[in-house]
Design a protein around this ligand. Structure first.
Ligand SMILES: [Zn+2]
Length: 87
């Protein structure tokens, strides 16, 4: 039997999905917020569907600020949106 993957919640739509289906947003030890396509980066992570729509939802409700407990500039969301498009 296949091992069950741990579930994570998308910070945009709030649905629980398998970790591997989600994109990871990472706060690096330097405090930078980056897109982490491999999911292996070192630091605190938040999960998001691989969908620009969920990123927009997250932006609207300031979900990243809540996940990382810090102010997230609009430019950070812009950068993440670009990174997700290219992924
Ligand atoms: Zn989602």
């Amino acid at each position: 039997m296949e091992k069950k993957q741990p579930l994570r919640q998308c910070i945009g739509c709030g649905l629980q999905k398998e970790k591997r289906e989600l994109a990871r947003i990472l706060k690096t030890p330097d405090g930078e917020i980056v897109y982490d396509p491999t999911g292996r980066g070192n630091g605190r992570g938040a999960y998001l569907c691989r969908d620009a729509e969920c990123l927009r939802k997250a932006r609207k409700k300031h979900a990243l600020s809540r996940s990382f407990q810090q102010e997230i500039a609009d430019s950070v969301y812009d950068r993440l949106e670009e990174a997700m498009k290219q992924a």
